[in-house]
Design a protein around this ligand. Structure first.
Ligand SMILES: [Zn+2]
Ligand SMILES: [Zn+2]
Ligand SMILES: [Zn+2]
Ligand SMILES: [Zn+2]
Length: 637
């Protein structure tokens, strides 16, 4: 990969010509693209990516002597380890995919490479890349942290082959199959779903970080963020029965992105569909990725079981294959975020917070009727949910984790505390109509299994079976938490992720308490901040985690009587005040304090969180120092 300039230089040297640069560019073949065309690919599945990187290295090795053995992609590599597929079938046999077949396996690939990738004398080592966990030091806290990074490995060709075979053995074949199966089933469902039902595809978008045109330096460090949760709803038009595609985007100032927020957003979406679009609903299919903190863990599963109470219809929650959850929500969020960005750049709008973001993007809404009165089947609605509207105190939803949650791809709500689960989703013509016993895909999809959720809370006997032997079953909160942690870890061993063991935050967030994790005071001390710029930690990418920490500080300091929204508003209020004092000359803080009077100041101190207070004191100290060293007139200026 070179720039056109360096390629032009190389050309002139190699061919001993004096071709001009402009002529060289003009003669560039159309199929050779410039670097501007290069896309940035991110958020890829690390398992597939690791296999792809090894295949690249193996193909390079085979290019000269055995080009016939080269792999086209990871599917090709997996297929070469399975029994041949029957002509009429879309997929290989399920037993082969799950590595239960005695006739196939990675030995097939090993035989194929017999004598090809041998360690020979004087043979140069091969190089390949892989994403791996590396240990580094956090420069601020001086603590060892782990992070994922692309590293280059060097070794004999046999090592490379063995590493590839290791990854292909158990993991990749079911992983790719599940990812593809779910995608295909969802595509089928989107085209064809029953009457009086709705298909919702939901996902959180990356937060929009507010900015302004002609922004001054000091404003850069204290930016507000906006949560965007797109929901693509497909339903039948009540007027003519055509499929309506409506994007219902939730805009919120709540930055926690947890399952409570998702529940409130869904209630809002359903409310809108029933009230505004006037559609009748018996059933909803809700498709999402498998992020534990948001969609796929014990609380959301309990929410599914309570669907009839909450929504008034049954719900089936379906999950994309692990790490393959890309869907239309990303594109939808892109549309509204770029509208806001354009409006700011053109000075058409000023967007300092979530509310003004909503105002700005509201113009993108598309109603149920076109200008000429005809029915519009491509709609967009943007709804507001305030952080105060999200109820995070839902002890009745606090149940024990269902064993093997990560392997499930479909959960059907039956009644409070009771769900049916399935390893894979199926939307064949029979399953769509809930005639599950006549499913056409039984070769690949198992039947539903009934699961009764176990409650932590003795007052709500969710599981009638367990009431009898309540003696063993009464669990104290703490004991229950311990009890809960173990199954999760056990799962981690036998599940999806043999390659990167302490894999993903998205799976590890499934902690006990609803909403607030049990952080200790040491954790609070680890929060990164930079005293020079007041509130630099607000810009940290992981604003969710940060805001969770704010809550904890508040909790630790004032007990649990103060709610989350109090904390956040208190925090932002102080942040705003202090960041303004960065913008003004430092002494202004003193003057502000003076004009605010003792009542406001004490109120401010009461409302602000621990770190705000810390900054506040430091600032006052610094300002006092500066103040007394300066001549009086200057200070007043
Ligand atoms: Zn993958
Ligand atoms: Zn087989
Ligand atoms: Zn219509
Ligand atoms: Zn089926």
């Amino acid at each position: 990969m070179m720039s056109q300039k360096s390629l032009w230089n190389k050309w002139n040297i190699e061919n001993q010509t004096q071709l001009s640069f402009s002529k060289f560019c003009e003669l560039r073949p159309k199929n050779v693209l410039t670097q501007g065309h290069r896309k940035l690919y991110q958020c890829l599945c690390e398992y597939c990516e690791n296999v792809k990187l090894k295949l690249i290295a193996i193909n390079r090795f085979l290019a000269h002597d055995h080009p016939e053995l080269k792999f086209t992609d990871e599917f090709d590599a997996v297929n070469k380890t399975l029994c041949p597929k029957l002509e009429a079938e879309r997929f290989h046999k399920r037993d082969c995919i799950d590595r239960k077949c005695a006739e196939c396996g990675t030995s097939k690939l090993r035989n194929m490479f017999d004598g090809v990738m041998e360690n020979e004398e004087n043979q140069p080592d091969v190089k390949w890349k892989r994403w791996d966990i590396v240990k580094t030091l956090n420069h601020k806290t001086k603590k060892e942290i782990t992070k994922r990074q692309e590293i280059e490995k060097t070794g004999p060709p046999t090592d490379l082959l063995e590493e590839l075979l290791d990854e292909l053995v158990f993991f990749l074949s079911p992983h790719l199959f599940e990812a593809r199966w779910q995608q295909e089933q969802f595509a089928e469902l989107n085209k064809n779903f029953p009457q009086n039902s709705i298909v919702l595809t939901i996902d959180f978008a990356e937060n929009f970080s507010c900015f302004s045109q002609h922004e001054i330096q000091g404003a850069h460090w204290a930016k507000d963020s906006v949560t965007i949760h797109p929901c693509i709803a497909l339903y039948r038009c009540p007027k003519d029965g055509h499929i309506v595609d409506e994007c219902i985007d939730i805009v919120s100032n709540d930055l926690l992105h947890d399952n409570h927020a998702v529940h409130t957003f869904l209630l809002e979406v359903v409310n809108h569909l029933k009230q505004q679009q006037k559609i009748k609903l018996d059933h909803a299919f809700i498709l999402s990725d498998g992020c534990a903190a948001q969609y796929k863990s014990r609380v959301p599963i309990m929410d599914v079981s309570c669907c009839s109470e909450d929504f008034g219809f049954t719900v089936e929650r379906c999950f994309y294959g692990s790490r393959h959850g890309k869907n239309r929500c990303d594109g939808e969020a892109g549309v509204i975020k770029s509208k806001a960005s354009r409006a700011i750049k053109n000075s058409e709008a000023c967007i300092p917070d979530a509310r003004s973001f909503l105002q700005c993007v509201k113009v993108l809404e598309k109603g149920a009727e076109k200008a000429d009165g005809a029915c519009n089947h491509n709609r967009r609605t943007i709804l507001w949910v305030s952080s105060d509207d999200i109820n995070r105190n839902r002890p009745d939803r606090n149940v024990k984790t269902v064993k093997g949650t990560r392997k499930l791809h479909s959960v059907l709500g039956i009644k409070r505390g009771v769900i049916n689960t399935r390893r894979l989703s199926c939307f064949c013509s029979q399953c769509r109509e809930k005639r599950y016993d006549r499913c056409l895909n039984t070769r690949y999809v198992e039947g539903w299994k009934e699961v009764r959720l176990k409650s932590f809370n003795r007052n709500i006997p969710v599981n009638e079976d367990d009431v009898g032997n309540a003696g063993d079953n009464v669990v104290h909160e703490d004991a229950a938490d311990d009890d809960e942690d173990r199954p999760i870890l056990e799962d981690a061993d036998d599940d999806d992720r043999p390659i990167l063991e302490n894999a993903d935050d998205e799976f590890d967030n499934d902690n006990g308490s609803p909403g607030i994790p049990d952080l200790q005071i040491e954790d609070i001390n680890n929060i990164s901040f930079d005293p020079n710029t007041s509130f630099s930690y607000i810009k940290d990418d992981d604003s969710v985690v940060q805001s969770q920490k704010f809550q904890v500080q508040k909790k630790t300091l004032y007990g649990s009587s103060i709610t989350k929204s109090d904390t956040l508003t208190g925090h932002y209020r102080t942040t705003n005040l202090l960041s303004r004092s960065v913008i003004f000359p430092k002494n202004c803080l003193l003057l502000i304090l003076f004009f605010l009077g003792p009542d406001t100041v004490s109120n401010l101190i009461y409302r602000c969180c621990f770190i705000c207070l810390y900054h506040f004191v430091i600032k006052v100290y610094v300002d006092l120092n500066v103040f007394f060293r300066l001549p009086k007139q200057m200070a007043i200026i």
